[in-house]
Unconditional design. Structure first.
Length: 285
């Protein structure tokens, strides 16, 4: 079970949640001023997963974080990159092309020196075209993708667990290259970077589609790669401490890479308790 959070925003060893940088200097009443924030309330749970009590979906404009009023909101800001679907020989060949039920091992187990995932194959896989195409997922490439800053705002529940759940995760509808004649913009990646202090006892959980890789201390901690419906994984930092090379009381990087590549659904849920140390968004070119 997840250890409750101690709400002390941006204090050096405050127990807080995972993911990207936290925007400081926001409103003092704890309300988010991001139009993309998702409000969430505890409800019936995520069907079939081990997310505990879960949360009810809260997509769209919602209330912000449960901030304590000392200058930081739990607003997690990263980069969404929009891509064109591959149709009639145009667009990016990794988007709207493949189908499947997940594929581990698409990326190397060590993060690259530029803090980006390293493609683990010389050629294509059952779910990807090849290294050149994959290397465009999390790098700005004129004419291939459009980078857009995007903020999500998890909610800290009464039990102290920080949660963000969105069962219709379409952060850039009508933006970038547009919806391409579809109800939503289904073709994008999402990249988040942060630092945290490992205190012991923390967990991080994710459920969603499609690809998801989480690196801690530059080492692969969660691999939900490939095209698939909603899948979930639970990261117990204590159980993986040796594998990840982490020691209680020390600060580490957490790098999060997500992709939505195919119609017709987009699900995104996180639950976590970690001690963050950065109060500003971290962007990696």
């Amino acid at each position: 079970m997840l250890r409750p959070l101690q709400l002390n925003w941006c204090a050096p060893l405050a127990t807080m949640l995972v993911l990207a940088g936290v925007a400081c200097g926001g409103s003092t009443d704890g309300a988010s001023d991001s139009s993309n924030s998702a409000g969430a309330g505890y409800g019936s749970g995520t069907g079939g997963s081990d997310f505990g009590s879960g949360v009810s979906a809260g997509a769209g404009n919602g209330n912000g974080s449960s901030g304590s009023g000392d200058g930081c909101n739990a607003s997690l800001t990263g980069i969404v990159r929009d891509f064109r679907a591959y149709e009639d020989g145009e667009g990016h060949p990794d988007f709207e092309t493949f189908t499947g039920q997940g594929l581990k091992g698409i990326v190397e187990r060590e993060l690259g020196p530029d803090q980006k995932p390293v493609y683990a194959h010389d050629g294509g896989t059952a779910h990807t075209t090849g290294p050149e195409e994959f290397n465009q997922w999390y790098r700005d490439v004129d004419g291939v993708n459009m980078p857009i800053e995007f903020t999500i705002t998890p909610i800290v529940g009464a039990d102290g667990i920080a949660t963000y759940e969105n069962r219709a995760f379409f952060p850039i509808d009508e933006q970038g290259f547009g919806n391409e004649g579809r109800q939503h913009n289904f073709h994008f990646t999402f990249e988040l970077h942060m630092t945290f202090v490992y205190n012991g006892g923390e967990e991080f959980r994710f459920s969603g589609d499609d690809d998801l890789w989480v690196f801690i201390n530059n080492r692969l901690a969660i691999d939900l790669g490939g095209l698939h419906g909603p899948q979930n994984d639970r990261l117990d930092l204590d159980a993986m401490a040796n594998e990840l090379g982490i020691t209680p009381g020390q600060e580490y990087a957490l790098d999060f890479f997500h992709a939505e590549r195919h119609t017709t659904e987009s699900n995104f849920t996180i639950q976590s308790t970690l001690a963050f140390t950065n109060c500003e968004p971290i962007f990696v070119d």
